[in-house]
Design a protein around this ligand. Structure first.
Ligand SMILES: Cc1cc2nc3c(=O)[nH]c(=O)nc-3n(C[C@H](O)[C@H](O)[C@H](O)COP(=O)(O)OP(=O)(O)OC[C@H]3O[C@@H](n4cnc5c(N)ncnc54)[C@H](O)[C@@H]3O)c2cc1C
Length: 409
C-alpha cells in the first residue's frame, strides 16, 4: 500500500528522473533526487537528437515490438510532458524528416516502405484515429516515396538510391531540458541533491539504504522506495543490489554536434540516412542544427557495467575534429549542409552515452541494436530500475513508474 509518507529516492536527474520526480510531486509525494553532476539534465537527455520516433528506424525488428513501443511513446510524449512543464511544440520542433536510403542499406526501399506503412497504420490505431495527436499537433502519420525527379534537392544520388518524405519530427532536447530544470528547481516537493554520486543501494529489512558520495564524504540515507534512473550508471548501481542486465550489453558514446545558428526551413532538410551505420541532419529552424555521422561520431564502445567518463576525456580539439569529419561526410550526402554559413564558435560538439542490449554494431544484420523493446521498468520489491531505451518513451515511462509506486501496474 502506498502512503504519502513514503520516503522516495530517485537516482539520476536526467530526463526520466526529472519527469518521475515531477509526476510524483503532482501526486503529493516528496522525493530526494540524486545527481552526480553539478547540474541536472546535462547528459543524454540534453545531448540527444530529440527525434520522437514513430518506429521507422526500427525496420530490422521483424517482430514489430520496437516500432510498437516507440509509437506508444510518441502518442503520449507531448500530452504527458505538458503535465509537468509549459512546453510549446511549435517553438521547438524540427522540420519533418526525409528518410534517405543509402547505397548498401540493410533493407531496400520496397522493404522499408512496407514497414513504414505498417507504422502509419498502427499510429492511426493507437491515436484513436487522431484523437491523440503526435506531438500535440498531427493527427496522422505519413511516409511517401519521392519521385526520382525530386530527389536531387535533398540527397546526392551518388550515395542515395531512394528518398521517403515523412511526417516524423524531432523536438529540441535543450529546450525541454531547460524547462524541466526550471520545474524541478522550483518544486518544493523535490529535493535536488547535486554533486552526489550514488555508489550502492542495499536492503535493510523492509527499507533501502542509498549509499552516496559528495566531495569525498560518504552519505547513507534510508528510503521506503528507490527508483534507479541513472542510464550510464544504471548497471553499476543495479549490480550492488544483485541485479544483472537481461543480456549482454554495450555502452556507445555518440557525438551530437550542434551548430547554433538560426535557419529557415529551406536551408537544410532534416534527414535520417538508413539503414545501417549512417547519420542524420536535423533542422531545428530558429534553434539551429543537429548532425551526426555514425562512422565518425560513434567514438566510444564499452561492455563494462559503467562506461568511461567520455564527456570529460576528449579535448576540445578532438571534439572539433569529430565535428569537421562528420560535417565533411554528411555534406557529400546532404549537399545543402555545405551551403550553411556559420562561425566556428556556433559549433557545440557534445555527446552522450547510449546503453543497449547487444554487442554487435548497427552495420550488421544480426545486431541486437536494431531492437529496443526489452527496456522499461524492472521492479524488485520496492527497488525499481528503469532502462529508458529511448528519449521518445521517457514521458510514458515516467507515468508508468509513478503508477507502479502506487501499486497500479
Ligand atoms: C547522440 C545521441 C542521440 C540520441 N538520439 C535519440 C533520438 O533522436 N531519439 C530518442 O528517442 N533517443 C535518442 N537517444 C537516446 C536518449 O538520449 C536516451 O535514451 C535518454 O535520453 C536517456 O534518458 P535518461 O533519463 O535515462 O538518462 P540521462 O538523461 O543521461 O540521465 C541520467 C542521469 O543520471 C546521472 N547519473 C549517472 N550515474 C549516476 C550515479 N551513480 N549517481 C547519481 N547520478 C548519476 C547522470 O549524470 C544523468 O544526469 C540518443 C542518445 C544519444 C547519446
Amino acid at each position: 500500500m502506498s502512503t504519502k509518507n513514503q520516503r522516495i529516492a530517485i537516482l539520476g536527474a536526467g530526463g526520466l528522473g526529472a519527469c518521475v520526480a515531477l509526476e510524483l510531486s503532482q501526486r503529493g509525494y516528496k522525493v530526494d533526487l540524486y545527481e552526480e553532476h553539478s547540474a541536472p539534465l546535462k547528459k543524454a537527455s540534453y545531448a540527444n537528437e530529440g527525434k520522437v520516433h514513430v518506429g521507422f528506424i526500427y525496420a530490422m525488428d521483424k517482430s514489430f515490438h520496437t516500432a510498437n513501443s516507440m509509437l506508444i511513446g510518441a502518442v503520449h510524449f507531448m500530452e504527458y510532458l505538458q503535465r509537468w512543464v509549459d512546453v510549446k511544440p511549435e517553438e521547438m520542433i524540427s522540420s519533418p524528416f526525409y528518410y534517405l536510403v543509402h547505397k548498401g542499406s540493410l533493407l531496400n526501399a520496397t522493404e522499408l516502405n512496407a514497414h513504414y506503412q505498417k507504422c502509419c497504420q498502427v499510429f492511426a490505431e493507437l491515436s484513436g484515429g487522431g484523437k491523440k495527436k503526435y506531438l500535440g499537433l498531427f493527427d496522422s502519420l505519413e511516409a511517401k516515396l519521392l519521385p526520382k525527379s525530386k530527389m536531387q534537392d535533398i540527397g546526392n544520388p551518388e550515395f542515395i538510391d531512394d528518398i521517403f518524405e515523412t511526417t516524423e519530427y524531432a523536438v529540441d532536447p535543450r529546450y525541454i531540458a531547460e524547462k524541466l530544470t526550471e520545474a524541478i528547481l522550483s518544486d518544493p516537493n523535490i529535493n535536488l541533491i547535486l554533486n552526489t554520486k550514488v555508489e550502492a543501494v542495499a536492503k535493510v529489512k523492509e527499507r533501502l539504504k542509498v549509499i552516496s558520495r559528495n566531495a569525498g564524504l560518504q552519505i547513507e540515507e534510508e528510503y521506503s522506495d528507490v527508483i534507479n534512473a541513472t542510464w550510464n550508471g544504471l548497471l553499476e548501481i543495479d549490480r550492488t543490489m544483485g541485479i544483472e542486465p537481461l543480456g549482454k550489453w554495450s555502452h556507445r558514446y555518440k557525438f551530437a554536434n550542434k551548430i547554433l545558428v538560426p535557419l529557415e526551413k529551406q536551408d537544410l532538410p532534416s534527414t535520417t540516412i538508413v539503414l545501417g551505420a549512417f547519420g542524420d541532419t536535423v533542422n531545428f529552424l530558429e534553434r539551429g542544427v543537429f548532425m551526426s555521422w555514425y562512422p565518425v561520431g560513434r567514438t566510444g564502445w564499452s561492455e563494462d557495467y559503467r562506461p568511461p567518463d567520455w564527456d570529460t576525456i576528449y579535448s576540445e580539439d578532438e571534439r572539433m575534429d569529430v565535428f569537421q569529419r562528420s560535417f565533411e561526410a554528411l555534406k557529400e550526402r546532404v549537399p545543402a549542409l555545405g551551403n550553411l554559413k556559420f562561425p566556428l564558435e556556433a559549433v557545440d560538439p557534445v555527446g552522450g552515452d547510449i546503453l543497449a542490449l547487444g554487442t554487435v554494431d548497427v552495420d550488421k544484420n544480426e545486431s541486437r541494436l536494431h531492437e529496443r523493446f526489452e527496456v522499461g521498468i524492472r521492479s524488485f520489491g520496492n527497488y525499481h530500475t528503469v532502462d529508458t531505451g529511448k528519449y521518445t518513451i521517457i514521458p510514458y515511462l515516467a507515468m508508468k513508474v509513478a503508477d507502479r509506486l502506487e501499486g497500479k501496474g
